[in-house]
Design a protein around this ligand. Sequence first.
Ligand code: HAM
Length: 422
Amino acid sequence: MITAVRGTYDILPSDTPLWQFVEARARAVFQRHGFCELRTPIFEQTELFVRSIGDATDIVEKEMYTFPDRKGRSLTLRPEGTASVVRACLEHNLLAQQKAVRLYYCGPMFRYERPQAGRQRQFNQIGVELFGSYSPLADAEVIALLVRLYEELGLTNLTVKLNTLGDADSRLRYQDALRACLAPLQATLCTDCQRRCATNILRVLDCKVPACRDILAAAALPGMQATLSDAARAHYQQVLATLTQLGIAYHEEPKLVRGLDYYSHTIFEVTHTALGAQDALGGGGRYDGLVTEMGGPPTGAVGWALGVERLLMALRAGATALPVPPAPVFLIAFDERAVQENFIIADALRRAGIAAITAYEKQSPKAQMRQANHAGAQIVLMRGEDERAADIYKMKDMRTGVESVCPAADVVHHVTAALRGA
Ligand code: HAM
């Protein structure tokens, strides 16, 4: 038997109502906040991700699904959405058309990571990107949007973690301070981190190797705040003040860095208590340099992405009332003729907006009742010789067990009334 590839999985019919619920709520919240959907291809030129995410990041060094196409061009399955959104905005000149451009996207991303609970090789993100503003209000707007979305989904036990990387000068000063602090420890770090000390020292803070994490936790690392320029500090303070005014609780996390190189200023992550080791529900930040890096005009930008699989894990662990699959009407045939008659009535029910299922051949009433139960039917309609003689349908309300009859010509009306609880 051929099975799904390691790190990928099927979303089964029993789970799709929850996915649809999350996607529908997200779309409604985005619409309310003025964000429009952008759909980009699932694969891009490899160069796009190398240039935007950074060639010394784990994602680019170890996790990309990269392959040559038949003409030998290097392509990569997108590991995240931001790079593609920036490419599409520049390619279609979207940023020149209005001052602030608010976009969202939903879809699968691909990272070659070691699969475990909450970490897949194909996973789904919902993300937003806001272009055209350097204002701290834009940072607060997208952070609030993320929190409001989680609230709308009924999710509690969240922590919003915030930090700032400052502007380019602040970051250079911080990198120097970090280098000085890590120099005596360098030999004890993993070989990747020893290399990172020279190539991209901020990435050391993001290392997933437990021994490195322990060393870093014990080290008296400098906080990023100490090296911030006045302007960068003022930007960050206004983000914090605005979140407070919005009633959004946050924790400042001076050691927070993100796994992608394009960030500057505000960065954030939302974690959830039910998620265990992979506790990041979502994350993002400001990336003012990326649009220019990709060949566009200087453009302030800030955004985030959340992992849908992790969101569903958190929702399942919580007390939220989750959606159940729609319960159809089930039509039972006591004889062969009724199979055909039921088929026609089912069509009438569906045209009236009611989900309905029939059997394709006569089976024992018991077997058909089992199918009705399995489908979670609320109403069962029954037809056989006796019902045909009286031109009626027998109806059983599965929620109450109450049985009744109704004229065949009036089935849609009766079922509608029964479903409404009339
Ligand atoms: P990221 O932190 O790499 O950011 O991913 C965002 C979220 O995707 C994570 O918080 C997590 O919930 C989910 N995620 C990441 N990797 C996996 C995986 N292997 N399995 C399951 N879930 C995963 C970004 O991707 C940025 N593009 C976010 C952003 C948008 N920044 C600015 N704009």
